[in-house]
Design a protein around this ligand. Structure first.
Ligand code: FBP
Length: 281
């Protein structure tokens, strides 16, 4: 099984670098994400970008993965099946994203990896840590890599009286670097990445911490688990590309982004620039 795990991992990180297209936002944020570029509501459109752009993975929930199984297979783009999910309609400050699908579902849909979002810091973290641990156990038994969306989140992160020493350090970091949100501070991001390693994830997807130096610490804390940078809301080309460069210079193996690609009216322009940065061509 170790061999299969390695082979599947190689599909997503083929030359030691990964360029993953995230497309689970229809569930996580809803169709509002498609309003700026309505074509982006169609998986055919997304698959076309992924194929032409040389993406090394596409992230989907099970519904689309099942309905477009043949098209995904023919595209040759490795499928990363997201096993948990939640909508943004329920706005409890301590998020919980329950497991909805299994490793067996992922295998039967031909996935090359499974994904799971972990909101460490939420009052429901125990449940998510447990679910992800079990998913990793099963995934490794079956020889399929597990990717953690490590997004510390919840009311505690904003509690100035919190007894967590990490939160205190994070608040100091935020004071020094005001442009950072609390969940982008190096201490919080590194903690999330580290939890991914400790749970056994093969790859973790984390937010950028604003500089190469601070992101290096995140990569070092996650090692030997590999790190990819997540995207966030759409921002200017130059700012986005500079974040990618910063993350790669810090040792990240690549990116797993969505809106910054397919919300643009001309997604191939930015895609080609990203490809150039990651693969040098
Ligand atoms: P984006 O590049 O569009 O931010 O996608 C990355 C991602 O992790 C998605 O996989 C996920 O749906 C979304 O971000 C979650 O966003 P949020 O941080 O708002 O919960």
């Amino acid at each position: 099984m170790k061999e299969e795990l390695g082979e599947r991992m190689k599909r997503i990180v083929p030359t030691g670098k990964a360029m993953i297209l995230a497309y689970d936002q229809g569930f996580e944020h809803g169709p509002r994400d498609f309003l700026g570029n309505p074509e982006s509501r169609k998986l055919e459109y997304i698959l076309d970008i992924a194929k032409k752009g040389g993406f090394t993975g596409i992230v989907l929930h099970a519904g689309l993965a099942e309905k477009y199984q043949a098209g995904i297979r023919d595209s040759g783009i490795p499928l990363i099946l997201k096993l948990n999910g939640k909508s943004e309609l329920y706005t409890e400050e301590d998020p919980f994203s329950p497991q909805l699908y299994s490793v067996a579902d992922a295998l039967s849909l031909g996935a090359s990896a499974v994904g799971y979002t972990v909101y460490s810091g939420s009052k429901h973290e125990d449940q998510m840590h447990k679910e992800f641990a079990q998913i990793i156990r099963e995934a490794h038994q079956e020889g399929i890599p597990a990717i953690g969306w490590m997004y510390p989140r919840g009311k505690s992160l904003f509690d100035r009286k919190s007894s967590s020493k990490t939160f205190k350090i994070a608040q100091e970091e935020k004071e020094k670097e005001k442009s950072l949100a609390i969940d982008e501070t190096p201490s919080i991001v590194a903690y999330g990445a580290r939890i991914g390693l400790e749970l056994g994830a093969d790859l973790v997807k984390v937010k950028y911490t604003g500089s190469t130096d601070s992101f290096k610490w995140v990569v070092e804390c996650a090692s030997p688990t590999k790190v990819v940078m997540s995207g966030g809301e759409m921002i200017e080309d130059e700012e986005f590309l500079s974040k990618i460069k910063g993350a790669l210079n810090a040792g990240a193996v690549g990116i797993a982004v969505g809106r910054n690609v397919w919300q643009r009216p001309e997604p191939m322009d930015i895609t080609n620039k990203i490809h150039q940065i990651i693969f040098g061509s």
